[in-house]
Ligand binder design. Structure first.
Ligand SMILES: O=C(O)CCC(=O)C(=O)O
Ligand SMILES: [Fe+2]
Length: 321
């Protein structure tokens, strides 16, 4: 038995971009052009100069690990809700119909107002579920969410600039975003499980943009245009962002949503902090808004909310009951 293999990292395929000039306004267009080039390639990008304080990342990680290492009976108390909030235990997610279920566990939460309230207008959001046994988790998780969401906003402005659009193009409807975040925990994966078992099986991300903060363990693999898998190891101080299916659709595939997977062959626990950026549910995703009414996009217009509901129903067994 063996692990699913991947080739060594190649920084021509997954470039590193410093987004400081976009964040501080000194040269947003240069960053936009670099993001554009990277998104037209594999659509995976290492981001430096993201501005999330190390302390925010560290406290989020510590809280997340304490949560996952807790007694399963306690975690059961905040089992995933019909609104996709809370704890999703091992085996609850499957990225392809014929694949083995993922080994990961996750905890999912979303935007909430200062008073803890959440818009209740869509099947993919509802009250966040916080564990009583970890009273600090809410503040640590929300701090991470706020910072990572801000990074996503900067990047969406950069992508718009890179496409020659108004910088607010992708953010016009994002007052009540469907964005959500997850702590994702990968137990060590024994070699005997074989090459068809993954922490997360091969998939493309459903939404607009994913902002990923890996730990130092490694295990993320990205598929290149030839179908080969390449490693995307952690680079100190950087995040990885990747184009999701909705951004590929919005740009009529000028930007690429690339398959990726996780194999945790390290013998250690692995933890990721994942922010999925999506605008308001009713946002129309229509490439003709970019290329003009006469353009015939590969995929018809949809709304962000309807599309995500459809994808979630296929991926998560708890939604099929
Ligand atoms: O943990 C990782 O490195 C990747 C996670 C991932 O692909 C996802 O949550 O969509
Ligand atoms: Fe993913």
């Amino acid at each position: 038995m063996n692990y699913a293999q991947a080739k060594r990292f190649d920084d021509d395929l997954i470039p590193v971009i410093d987004i400081s000039p976009l964040r501080d306004g000194s040269d947003p267009l240069a960053v936009g052009k670099a993001l554009h080039a990277a998104s037209s390639g594999l659509g995976f990008i290492y981001i430096k100069g993201h501005g999330i304080p190390d302390s925010v990342i560290e406290t989020a990680r510590e809280t997340a690990l304490r949560f996952f290492r807790s007694n399963p009976d306690d975690k059961e108390g905040i089992r995933i809700s019909a609104h996709h909030r809370g704890w999703l235990g091992q085996g609850g997610a499957k990225m392809q119909d014929d694949a083995k279920a993922d080994l990961k566990e996750s905890f999912i939460w979303g935007y909430q107002a200062e008073d803890g309230s959440v818009p209740g207008d869509h099947p993919l959001r509802g009250p966040n579920l916080w564990p009583d046994f970890l009273p600090d988790m809410q503040s640590h998780a929300m701090a991470y969410f706020a910072h990572a969401h801000e990074v996503a906003h900067h990047l969406m402005r950069g992508f718009a600039l890179g496409l020659g659009l108004d910088p607010r193009f992708f953010l016009r409807n994002s007052e009540r975003p469907l964005s959500r975040a997850s702590f994702v925990y990968y137990p060590p994966q024994p070699e005997e499980m074989g090459t068809a078992q993954f922490g997360v099986g091969p998939h493309t991300d459903f939404g607009v943009l994913t902002v990923l903060c890996q730990d130092s363990v490694g295990g993320l693999q990205v598929q290149d245009v030839n179908g080969d898998w390449i490693e995307a190891p952690p680079i100190e101080g950087s995040l990885i962002v990747n184009v999701g299916d909705l951004l590929a659709r919005w740009t009529d595939h000028a930007y690429t949503s690339t398959p990726h997977r996780v194999v945790n062959s390290s013998g250690r626990e692995r933890l990721s902090l994942v922010l999925a950026f999506d605008p308001d549910p009713e946002t129309v995703i229509d490439a003709r808004e970019i290329y003009g009414a006469a353009h015939e996009p590969r995929e018809p217009a949809t709304t962000c909310g309807d599309y995500l509901v459809w994808r979630f129903e296929k991926a998560f067994s708890y939604r099929k009951a």
